[in-house]
Design a protein around this ligand. Structure first.
Ligand SMILES: C[S@@+](CC[C@H](N)C(=O)[O-])C[C@H]1O[C@@H](n2cnc3c(N)ncnc32)[C@H](O)[C@@H]1O
Length: 436
């Protein structure tokens, strides 16, 4: 396969055959994803750019039988780039929707024929709409806000047709119909649910089906499908324990963990969790999805609240004082603020879980292997949480070497802290690098 040289030293870097040029500030974003075959099948607002992964991987060009690991794979940007560059890849995601989307993108060598069957089954279903009474009550209320009634009936028809045609377990069918549902919604979903009030143009189910299948067929026909895809896998599990990965087997880690209080990955996928009957109520979503993910949202789960001491004790000692101060400040703020968000219960679980994941990365990495982490800092109730610097300290205590952290971009105006805590500094996204 053709090797591509990428340099990550300039403000703008050349990503050659994969896309034109990308500004450094766009590296942590999904802005270019729609230009990349395979990646574009399902675009995810929390995803990083394929160019970022290419640049990281250039470092290990030439290494034989190299394996990339992404413990937070999302829609499989990193494993897919690895495959395209001839590396093997292992990704983890504990979210049932993302794990299946990622698998679908990676197994595309199987798909031209399967795509024909899927399209046929979906169209058959669209022609045979099903009654909304097939939906449980919370999904019915929620999906009715996001989709026109006729479209929803047709889409349920398509889902049932996949079951009838033994395609319900197909990851590609899951991706195709998920994308169709998204295109049929008149609310802004962006690959994920945002808010029923943010409007966009809705396609009819047939238009959406044609659009999605044509895009996938074009990519499968016009790019020699990478044989390497067989060697990439997505494991649907939390990366806090990566027992599937052998000690000292990984050549490079490229990842972007959940940012503290940025996205609720369960909430943002509520449309699909309900549509696919993965969950039938908010409590169900919390139980089946949120509780499996790194804690990172406004409300800590009950289980986390009760185990604060345990989480604290899992975090390296040298960070305790720093975190204790933050937790105390957040506790004080909660007493004053009307919202009363329990941010103070998030800090120990978040950094404890991140310590476990990074410890697992260390175990599975080869000597001298690099790790690349894209992460942001946050401000909760005006209290600044310097997540990148705290992760650097965790890496250090785990014995990682050559730890460096650089600002990739400042985030927009609403993140400026000036009015909130007197600081002039806005929040940013950072690229941490280190090696074992
Ligand atoms: C910032 S996103 C990663 C996006 C990815 N880089 C991409 O380009 O699509 C973080 C991901 O971590 C996943 N995640 C959260 N907690 C996890 C856990 N404990 N184990 C594995 N994945 C987890 C979320 O479901 C989400 O997909």
């Amino acid at each position: 396969m053709k090797k591509v040289n990428h340099s990550y030293t300039a403000e703008i870097f050349d990503t050659s055959q994969y896309t034109k040029q990308i500004k450094k500030e766009n590296l942590p974003t999904n802005i270019t994803t729609s230009q990349h075959p395979f990646h574009r099948w399902f675009n995810f607002i929390a995803g990083f750019s394929p160019e970022f992964v290419h640049a990281c991987c250039a470092e290990i060009d030439g290494e034989v039988d190299a394996i990339l690991l992404d413990p937070f794979a999302g829609c499989a940007t990193a494993p897919l780039v690895a495959s395209q560059r001839g590396l093997r890849a292992i990704g983890f995601d504990a979210h049932p929707v993302f794990a299946r989307i990622g698998r679908a993108k990676l197994a595309s060598h199987l798909f031209l024929q399967e795509l024909d069957w899927i399209e046929k089954a979906i169209k058959e279903g669209l022609e045979n709409p099903k009654p909304l009474s097939l939906l449980a009550s919370a999904p019915l209320i929620f999906l009715s806000k996001l989709l026109p009634e006729d479209s929803l009936k047709m889409l349920i028809g398509a889902r049932e047709s996949l079951k009838k045609n033994n395609l319900f377990e197909s990851d590609l069918a899951f991706l195709v119909l998920s994308k169709i549902v998204e295109l049929c919604s008149h609310s802004q979903t962006d690959g994920i649910y945002k808010a029923p009030t943010s409007r966009k143009k809705a396609l009819s189910p047939f238009e959406a089906c044609n659009k999605v299948t044509e895009m996938i067929r074009t990519d499968l026909n016009s790019h020699s499908v990478f044989n390497y895809h067989q060697q990439a896998s997505i494991i649907f599990n939390s990366s806090e324990a990566m027992s599937e990965v052998e000690d000292e087997s990984i050549s490079i880690v490229v990842t972007s963990p959940p940012y503290l209080n940025n996205f609720d990955y369960a909430e943002m996928t509520r449309m699909l969790l309900y549509f696919w009957e993965i969950a039938t109520s908010w409590a169900d979503i919390t139980d089946k999805v949120r509780s499996k993910l790194i804690v990172n949202t406004t409300t800590a789960l009950r289980g986390h609240k009760a185990k604060q001491d345990m989480y604290r004790s899992n975090i390296p000692n040298q960070i305790h004082t720093h975190l204790d101060v933050i937790v105390e400040q957040l506790r004080e703020q909660r007493k004053i603020k009307t919202g009363k968000k329990e941010y103070d219960f998030l800090i120990y679980p978040y950094f404890s879980q991140m310590t476990r994941v990074l410890g697992e990365c260390y175990r599975s990495m080869k000597q001298n292997a690099p790790i690349h982490i894209m992460i942001a800092d946050s401000a909760l109730y005006g209290v600044h949480i310097s997540t990148p610097q705290i992760l650097e300290k965790i890496l250090d205590s785990l014995s990682f070497r050559n730890i460096k952290c650089s600002l990739v971009r400042q985030r927009g105006h609403r993140w400026i802290l000036a009015k909130r805590d007197g600081s002039e500094t806005g929040l940013g996204e950072y690229h941490i690098t280190a090696m074992k």
